[in-house]
Design a protein around this ligand. Sequence first.
Ligand SMILES: Cc1cc2nc3c(=O)[nH]c(=O)nc-3n(C[C@H](O)[C@H](O)[C@H](O)COP(=O)(O)OP(=O)(O)OC[C@H]3O[C@@H](n4cnc5c(N)ncnc54)[C@H](O)[C@@H]3O)c2cc1C
Length: 435
Amino acid sequence: MRHIAIVGSGPAGYYTAEAAQKQWGDNVRVDIFDSQPVPFGLIRTGVAPDHQAIKGVSRRYEATARLGNVRFVGNVMLGRDVSVPELQELYDAVILATGAPHDRKLDLRGDDLANVFGSAAFVGWYNGHPQFAGLDPKLSHDTAVVIGNGNVALDVARILAKSEEEFAESDIVAHALASLRGSAVRRIVILGRRGPHQVAMTPKELSELAKLTRAHPEVDPADLPDVAEDAALETGLRKSMAHLRAFAAGQARPGTDAVTVEFDFFGAPRAILGDTRVEAVEVERTRLENGKAAGTGETYRIPAGLVVACIGYQTSPIPDVPFDEQGGRFANVEGRIAPGLYCVGWARRGPTGTIGTNRPDGFAIVEKIAADMQDGSGKPGRPGFDALAEERGIEVVRFTDWQKIEEAEIANARQGAPREKFVAVEQMIEASHRV
Ligand SMILES: Cc1cc2nc3c(=O)[nH]c(=O)nc-3n(C[C@H](O)[C@H](O)[C@H](O)COP(=O)(O)OP(=O)(O)OC[C@H]3O[C@@H](n4cnc5c(N)ncnc54)[C@H](O)[C@@H]3O)c2cc1C
């Protein structure tokens, strides 16, 4: 028998559990820990609330979760409730699938002003992550600046741009919907240091900006490279360029013009200005030099009352685990950290790739564990952890408890919405006690 602890119940955690089940069948016991009482990581708290089809991937993880030899162990935080050496005493292999939940810092003068947020916090707020549910961003100014040129920036801009009716079938949490209902934001500037050929935005996400009922995207035609240069791009980026060109040509105006989403290319933020709260972003015009943004010395200001920086994430360091500061992830060689200790998903690679990218990652790490661990070592596994949890008075949330939480969330949904999420750990635990 092999006893495996996976820490993190996001896509990487569940794909790894699926792979372990395929590798060892009945000869493995997998415990999937999570600091939250609810599973699925960024599927619940990252993926946009109006992307329900994408969130549907969690049904696949449920199939794995229901297997008798895979167990969800929620409400247990590695580094707070249990340590890495303790898990290593109990399990043959410990796999860190803790993702990359922290914002990369903007590191600009004024980045600590009120109403300047990183995307982990802002996205966590509208998705009901307990850590960020109380964020309370002020949407009282007509302009918001979203820094970054990836899909997360598009998610944030789209959420700010949508009308209340457009959230009807989403699971955006009630506090965010109420705040957006009263929002004064009418101009959303997506600020990118480089140009259209350097975006990390996918065609599908861009196409959604052309379908909003009260907002339309704007691109300055002068920012577009010569159309002949698109031919050398890889297919996805070429399709994204087609959308940006359509935006520049004014072909994406299906609804009213109440809100604009402006792409401000070749602009590097240099400072956030304001007294106690953000009042403007100072930007330096750039040009491309060898693919990099070089400042031109020309500056301008965007008056704004909200800034959301969507510039990437990093893993949280955990005691006893070597950390790669530069990469913002655990120090590892192809997922191996130390004997018996592994990492997978965003905790291994850093914050890149789609949900699906984590599947081959999960299968690859299980192959490595299979090569490293010839036979079970007789470690205690589940009963050992259960004894420790009882001794420490940890209230563990099981998958069946999560199902009760989910049932209550579905029952609480406003009309047309799939669920109304609990946004506080205590509410989740309370719902898990219901019969
Ligand atoms: C805003 C946003 C939107 C996205 N939208 C899409 C999309 O539309 N389509 C797409 O394909 N991809 C999308 N992605 C990417 C996708 O979410 C990631 O590829 C994927 O979630 C990474 O999986 P993971 O398991 O490595 O990390 P996560 O999903 O982050 O899971 C990590 C888990 O570990 C837990 N954890 C962390 N620390 C501890 C600890 N100390 N102890 C116990 N548990 C811990 C967390 O609670 C979490 O449940 C999006 C990402 C973001 C940030």
